[in-house]
Design a protein around this ligand. Structure first.
Ligand SMILES: CC(C)(COP(=O)(O)OP(=O)(O)OC[C@H]1O[C@@H](n2cnc3c(N)ncnc32)[C@H](O)[C@@H]1OP(=O)(O)O)[C@@H](O)C(=O)NCCC(=O)NCCS
Length: 326
């Protein structure tokens, strides 16, 4: 089964509610209409009703089919303000809350936090920071995960060769502890996409071949990851060829369960992760799906501003599927 068919099968007719803070954008509206018609997601559109109706009409859609919530006239406003102040725990006054929650991303994040939505998809208009920051502050990371991170699912060819790359989006220079947590979160995300996680902790060194501080960070991260998840099939530090090419893996790391067979690639910092996935995409012909934010208590997904309707549709399906995982 193709990747998305599989995810659709998991979410169809489960009435999973996804908040869309950018509901006046034609790409969002088009995707929301498809998701609703196919009973994959129950979209919650955020914004001014008249404005959304106007944009929907212009696209030949009927806004009356949607749940629309406007921060300016929301029935549950007072309760939301109170919940926000409580969650920010001394970091926001009532005045701050009243102002902040008018921001559609904060409003959508609070709907998700309070359980009125199961997840949120934004970022078609807003920057990564503006999309993700509310989730970091309000939804926060799961116990045992100190940093959220961004995974890319890399898919190629008719037989749907699949890998997970992380962190490609969030943490500029994670510590060894953070890197270990990214590895454990990545393995869980991989399973959601039916990728059997064999996690390679990536470096320019394989099993001590280089002694630089950067490589030692990966050695330490590997040690910590083993402690955090003793049953996880994980190894490091490995160069890409040792992790991916069976003959090189056997030569450079003969005792490794992962070398030559890796399916999950954890990069030592954001530059290599972000550059790495784009090389695979542009030179290797892989489709890059994501970034999928992992490790949050509830899923929030960040679109690229260059996205199209299909990207919104796909990321919403992923977000809905993530919401089914504890
Ligand atoms: C994600 C990002 C926008 C957060 O930036 P920020 O808002 O400046 O972060 P701050 O340090 O001010 O922290 C804001 C809050 O989020 C929390 N936070 C920040 N990064 C976090 C992370 N990775 N995981 C969990 N929480 C995080 C902080 O603890 C803080 O919480 P608090 O307000 O309750 O104290 C930032 O990490 C970033 O810009 N990353 C790179 C993104 C990028 O350019 N990617 C390029 C490829 S897409």
């Amino acid at each position: 089964m193709e990747l998305f068919d599989h995810l659709k099968f998991k979410i169809v007719r489960r009435k999973i509610k996804i908040a869309f803070p950018e509901a006046t954008d034609a790409r969002i509206l088009g995707a929301a209409a498809r998701l609703k018609a196919e009973e994959l997601v129950e979209p919650i559109l955020i914004g001014n009703k008249e404005e959304i109706a106007e944009k929907a009409n212009a696209r030949g859609l009927n806004a009356e089919n949607f749940i629309i919530l406007d921060p300016e006239s929301y029935d549950g406003w007072d309760a939301m303000v109170e919940a926000f102040i409580e969650r920010r725990n001394g970091k926001a006054t009532k005045e701050d809350a009243e102002k902040t929650l008018k921001d559609v991303n904060y409003f959508g994040t609070m709907l998700t936090y309070m359980g009125f939505a199961d997840g949120m998809v934004s970022g078609a208009i807003h920057s990564t920071g503006d999309t993700v920051r509310p989730a970091l502050q309000i939804i926060k990371t799961k116990p045992g995960v100190s940093r959220t991170s961004g995974a890319m699912i890399m898919v190629r060819g008719r037989d749907q060769e699949k890998y997970l790359f992380a962190d490609c989006a969030i943490n500029v220079n994670p510590t060894a502890q953070e890197l270990a947590e990214i590895a454990v979160s990545s393995a869980a995300t991989a399973e959601l996409f039916d990728i059997d996680p064999k996690v390679a902790m990536m470096s320019f060194s394989t099993k001590g071949s280089a002694k630089a501080e950067e490589a030692l960070k990966v050695v330490e991260a590997t040690r910590i990851a083993h402690e955090l998840a003793p049953d996880l099939c994980l190894d490091g530090e490995l160069q890409f060829d040792a992790a991916y090419v069976s003959s090189v893996g056997q030569l450079k790391a003969p005792d490794s369960q992962v070398a030559g067979k890796a399916t999950v690639f954890v990069f030592p910092e954001l530059q290599s992760g972000n550059i790495g996935y784009k090389i695979a995409q542009r030179l290797g012909g892989f489709e890059a799906i994501g970034p999928i934010l992992q490790g949050l208590n509830k899923p929030v997904s960040d679109l690229s501003r260059g996205c199209n309707e299909e990207d919104v549709y796909k990321l919403s399906i992923i977000t809905a599927a993530q919401s089914l995982v504890d």
